[in-house]
Design a binder for this molecule. Structure first.
Ligand code: GLU
Length: 478
């Protein structure tokens, strides 16, 4: 069997957005599950849309997300160059060949004439005006320095048919396809030409790309057929929507991989979530590492209907990844976010991370979960009133001095010793344990809900600060 070769062919027009990364991921997963090669090709022939620095963003994002290619501009390979702007001569050579084969022709039309071909809504169907020039006439015009483009010679009748692995049988009437430009007047190819030449020369067996190319594919097939090349297998992917009406798109400034990393999403969760945008795994397991995705991926799990991007679900998945991390791993990944907290630098960082882990879904939620440690001040004393916990203001007034007394006598200031001391006190006073812990936590934080229980927080605050806060609360209650 022929070795599977897939490619990701982004245009360097800015950040790598979610749709682009999904295309890359599916190409990667399919080639890896088949023991094949995954190729990165930079499609930079549209100089007007080129954004400086975006090639580097593509390299960095793919490495960072683990969607790594076997061949590409910065890693090499036997089918290079992998940047289209470096392949100009190749396209020229193949365009000439296609002209000889009758699949394309030189067009010397002036812009003024093109204007006259447009209909009221600005649509233009080129009329093959220069289709039948002789070789000599063409050469004379070129020698005279007349600007030209090379256009595809699309049949005026007949139907282009192919089978897409996701969308099934596709039929497009040739009369609906125009003689599009293959080589522009500056000698650069258009996407419509370059993708065919490159996919063939790079030995691509499976073309995996967005649905926007589904109906242009028959015109690419005309070229494969004209050259006598085998057509690749096509897999067009469903669109990704922001909601029922709007597509998620880079042009609308919708979030990129990098934005989500900056927002504090676990990287593996982003990749995992993206895999589910259009593909349904067999069974109910949704949380999958990259290796598990490779094992489970299958083309027949790709659906036709648009996938809705649900950030809440991606956040949930991110939280699941955090729960499973070791404390060390969480520290390494979350540290830069911890630094944003007011509590950073004031308390033991491992303890701050311990009360955050399990309570955050994305790292950037850490500061808001622990800032309360630095926000102690006059608070609403009604917080002591809590029927469920059997706590009240009166009870607080009564027992806070005893809580302080017991805590001040704990020899080793740590969570478990503090907890034992308070549990013993509750038994001695015949008060429910939860009531006593509730009152302690309100007294030392002033917040109804906090990350961490009373004794975890007391442990973090340290003896002196805990006792000081209890004194403050006793004063507030007077
Ligand atoms: N450069 C094209 C794009 O970014 C690639 C399409 C393809 O994969 O063939 O949309």
């Amino acid at each position: 069997m022929e070795k599977v070769r897939t490619r990701f062919a982004p245009s360097p027009t800015g950040y790598l957005h979610i749709g682009g990364l999904r295309t890359a991921l599916y190409g990667f997963l399919y080639s890896k599950m088949k023991g094949g090669d995954f190729i990165l090709r930079i499609e930079d022939t549209d100089t007007a849309r080129y954004v400086d620095g975006s090639v580097q963003i593509i390299y960095d994002t793919m490495r960072d997300s683990g969607i790594m290619y076997d061949e590409g501009p910065d890693v090499g390979g036997n089918y290079g160059p992998y940047v289209q702007s470096e392949r100009k001569e190749i396209y020229t050579e193949y365009a000439k060949k296609l002209v000889e084969l009758g699949g394309a022709y030189y067009c010397f039309c002036k812009p003024e004439r093109i204007e006259t071909l447009k209909d009221d809504s600005g649509n233009m169907r080129y009329d093959k005006h220069y289709l039948n020039l002789s070789k000599e006439e063409i050469q004379a015009k070129i020698d005279a320095g007349e600007p030209y483009v090379i256009r595809q010679n699309v049949p005026t009748e007949g139907v282009g048919r192919y089978t897409d692995l996701v969308y099934g049988e596709i039929n497009v009437d040739y009369k609906d396809i125009e003689d599009g430009i293959l080589i522009k007047s500056d000698g650069m190819p258009t996407y419509n030409f370059a993708n065919v030449i490159d996919d063939h020369l790079m030995g691509i067996t499976h073309v995996i790309r967005g649905i926007e190319y589904l109906s242009s594919t028959p015109k690419y097939n005309l070229m494969y057929d004209a050259y006598g090349w085998e057509r690749p297998t096509y897999i067009h992917l469903p669109p990704i929507m922001k909601d029922a009406q709007h597509k998620l798109s880079k042009r609308n400034g919708d979030a990129s991989y990098e934005d989500f990393v900056k927002k504090g999403y676990v990287k593996e969760a982003i990749v995992n979530y993206i895999a589910l945008l259009g593909w349904s795994p067999k069974g109910n397991v949704e949380k999958m590492s990259l290796n598990e995705l490779i094992e489970n991926f299958s083309l027949d799990g790709i659906g036709k209907s648009p996938a809705i991007f649900d950030e809440t679900k991606m956040k949930w998945l991110s939280g699941e990844y955090i729960k499973e991390m070791t404390a060390e791993e969480f520290k390494e990944k979350a540290y830069s976010f911890l630094k944003e907290s007011k509590a950073f630098g004031k308390y033991d960082e491992d303890k701050l991370l311990a009360i955050s882990k399990g309570r955050v879904q994305i790292y950037s939620e850490i500061p808001e979960k622990i800032n309360f440690l630095e926000e102690f001040g006059k608070y609403d004393l009604n917080l002591f009133e809590n029927q469920k916990q059997k706590a009240s203001k009166e009870l607080a007034i009564k027992i806070l001095p005893q809580i302080k007394e017991v805590l001040s006598q704990v020899c080793e200031w740590n969570n478990s010793a503090l907890f034992t001391a308070l549990v013993e006190l509750s038994a001695k006073l015949e008060i429910k344990k939860q009531a006593l812990l509730w009152i302690t936590r309100i007294a030392i934080t002033g917040f109804e809900s906090t990350a961490g229980g009373a004794t975890e927080i007391a442990d973090i605050l340290g003896k002196e600060e805990t006792l000081r806060r209890i004194d403050c609360s006793i004063e507030f209650l007077k």
